[in-house]
Design a binder for this molecule. Structure first.
Ligand SMILES: *Cc1c(COP(=O)(O)O)cnc(C)c1O
Length: 419
C-alpha cells in the first residue's frame, strides 16, 4: 500500500493511529501526540468535535449520498448559500468538487470555457508565479513550480504555462517595483494567448511555505482587468481563517473571478472542495459552445461532507467571529515559541503568519531525525524539503502550542546535528 509521495517499500514506517480527539492523536502503542499539522491543515477545530460528529450522524439518518446529476439536497443548497455569503462579492456561483486538485481542474476549465464563451477561444494558457502548488492531477501539476514540482518527470506531457518570478518574500513588504515591472512585461507579451492568472494569495503553501505582500495580489488583479484575463485565487490552503483573514484575498481587498476552496472546508472530516465564480463567468460558460460547465464528479456534493462543512463553518463564525481571536492567539504563541529557532545552526528563516509557523533551514531536513525528535517531545510534525512547519488547529491551547513550537525547534536542532 502506498503512502503519499513514497516509494515501495516505504523508507520510514508510518505511525499507526488508533483514534484522535481534540488536538491529540492516539497511537497503537498508547502514546499520545499533539498534532502540529492538523491533518494537512484541515482539522481546524480538532478531532472528534461534538458539533461536527453530530452533524454527520444527523445527516446519516437521512441519506449518506445521492448523485448530484438531476437531484439536489438541502445540505448542498445550504452550503452553497453559506459559501456565497462568506466569500467576497461578486462570487455567486458554486461548483462542488471532491478534492482540492479537482477544484483547481474545475477552475481552469471554468476559465477556459468562459473565455471561449466570450469569443476568445485562442486564449488557452495561464500565467502563474514560480513557487506555487496547486495539486497533483495533470492540469494542476502543470501550474505547480516548474523546478520544485513534478515538471521534470513529466516534461513534454504537461501543458506549458507562463511562469512569472516568485513574489518577493514578506507579508509586510511594499510592492517590489522590479518584480511588478517584470510581471507586467511578461503578461503583456503573452496577453493574447492568456486566459487567466492563477495564484495562491499571500501564502504559497506546499510550494515552499512563503508569504508575500497583499500588493502582489492587487497587482495581479489590476493586470487581469487591464488585459481581459480572469483571476483565479487558489485559497485551498489559506481559506477559512488560516492567515488571519477569513480568505487571504481580503488582506489585499481584492476578489477573484474564480476561487478554489478545500482543505479546512469540512474541518478535516471528509474530502470536499468547491470552486466559486462570478455571475459573469457563469454566464459566459453557459452561452459557450458546450452550453454547460463540462465537469461532474461521481461524488459531487456528497451530503455527509456538505453537512459537516456547514457545521465547521458554524463553529468558525459562532459568537461573532471566534476564529479571529483563536488565530490571533495562535499567531502570538507561534511567534514567541519559534523565536528560539534563530539560535539553531543552519536556520535560514523563521516566519509566522496567522496560524502558520515556519522554520526554514539552509539544508534539507533530515526527515527521520527531525520527526523522531518531535515525537520524543510528544508532537507530530511532518517536515518537507528544507522546511519544518506547523499549522495547528485553531482550538489548540497555549500549553500545547508551546510544546509544538518547542518540538519544531528541537526538530531543527536534530536535523542540524546530522547535516
Ligand atoms: C492542498 C492543496 C491543493 C490540492 O488539494 P488536494 O485536496 O490535496 O487535491 C491545491 N492547492 C493548494 C493551494 C493546496 O494547498
Amino acid at each position: 500500500m502506498w503512502h503519499p509521495y513514497a516509494p515501495l517499500p516505504a523508507a520510514l514506517p508510518p505511525l499507526p493511529v488508533l483514534s484522535a480527539s481534540g488536538v491529540r492523536l492516539e497511537l497503537a502503542d498508547g502514546a499520545q501526540l499533539i498534532d502540529g499539522m492538523s491533518s494537512w491543515w484541515c482539522a481546524i477545530h480538532g478531532y472528534r468535535h461534538p458539533a461536527l460528529d453530530e452533524a454527520i450522524q444527523r445527516q446519516l439518518r437521512d441519506v449518506a449520498h445521492v448523485m448530484f446529476g438531476g437531484l439536489t439536497h438541502e445540505p448542498g443548497v445550504r452550503l452553497a448559500q453559506r459559501l456565497i455569503e462568506l466569500t467576497p462579492a461578486p462570487l455567486s456561483k458554486v461548483f462542488f468538487a471532491d478534492s482540492g486538485s479537482v477544484a483547481v481542474e474545475v477552475a481552469v476549465k471554468m476559465c477556459l470555457q468562459a473565455q471561449m464563451g466570450a469569443g476568445h477561444g485562442s486564449r488557452s494558457r495561464l500565467l502563474t508565479v514560480r513557487g506555487g502548488y496547486h495539486g497533483d492531477t495533470f492540469g494542476a501539476m502543470a501550474l505547480c513550480d516548474p523546478v520544485n514540482g513534478m515538471h521534470h518527470i513529466f516534461d513534454g506531457i504537461l501543458r506549458s504555462h507562463v511562469f512569472a518570478p516568485r513574489p518577493p518574500d514578506g507579508f509586510d513588504a511594499p510592492l517590489d517595483e522590479e518584480w511588478a515591472g517584470g510581471v507586467q512585461a511578461l503578461l503583456t507579451r503573452h496577453s493574447e494567448e492568456l486566459a487567466g492568472v492563477i495564484l495562491e494569495p499571500i501564502v504559497q503553501g506546499a510550494g515552499g511555505m512563503r508569504f508575500h505582500s497583499p500588493a502582489c495580489v492587487r497587482l495581479m488583479r489590476q493586470l487581469c482587468d487591464e488585459h481581459g484575463l480572469l483571476l483565479i485565487l487558489d485559497e485551498i490552503a489559506t481559506g477559512f481563517g488560516r492567515t488571519g483573514a477569513l480568505f487571504a484575498c481580503e488582506h489585499a481587498g481584492v476578489s477573484p473571478d474564480i476561487m478554489c476552496l478545500g482543505k479546512a472546508l469540512t474541518g478535516g472530516y471528509l474530502t470536499l472542495a468547491a470552486t466559486l465564480c462570478t455571475t459573469a463567468v457563469a454566464e459566459a460558460i453557459s452561452v459557450g459552445q458546450a452550453k454547460a460547465l463540462m465537469h461532474g464528479p461521481t461524488f459531487m456534493g456528497n451530503p455527509l461532507a456538505c453537512a459537516v462543512a456547514l457545521a465547521s463553518i458554524e463553529q468558525l463564525t459562532e459568537v461573532g467571529d471566534s476564529w479571529r481571536e483563536q488565530v490571533a492567539r495562535i499567531e502570538a504563541g507561534l511567534r514567541e515559541g519559534l523565536e528560539r529557532a534563530w539560535d539553531v545552526n543552519g536556520v535560514r528563516d523563521v516566519r509566522v503568519l496567522g496560524a502558520i509557523g515556519v522554520i526554514e533551514l539552509e539544508h534539507e531536513v533530515e526527515i527521520a531525525a527531525a520527526t523522531a525528535a518531535a515525537v520524543r517531545r510528544g508532537v507530530w510534525l511532518r517536515p518537507f524539503r528544507n522546511l519544518i512547519y506547523t499549522m495547528p488547529a485553531y482550538v489548540m491551547n497555549e500549553e500545547d502550542l508551546a510544546s509544538v513550537a518547542a518540538a519544531a525547534v528541537e526538530a531543527a536542532r536534530a536535523s542540524a546535528q546530522l547535516s
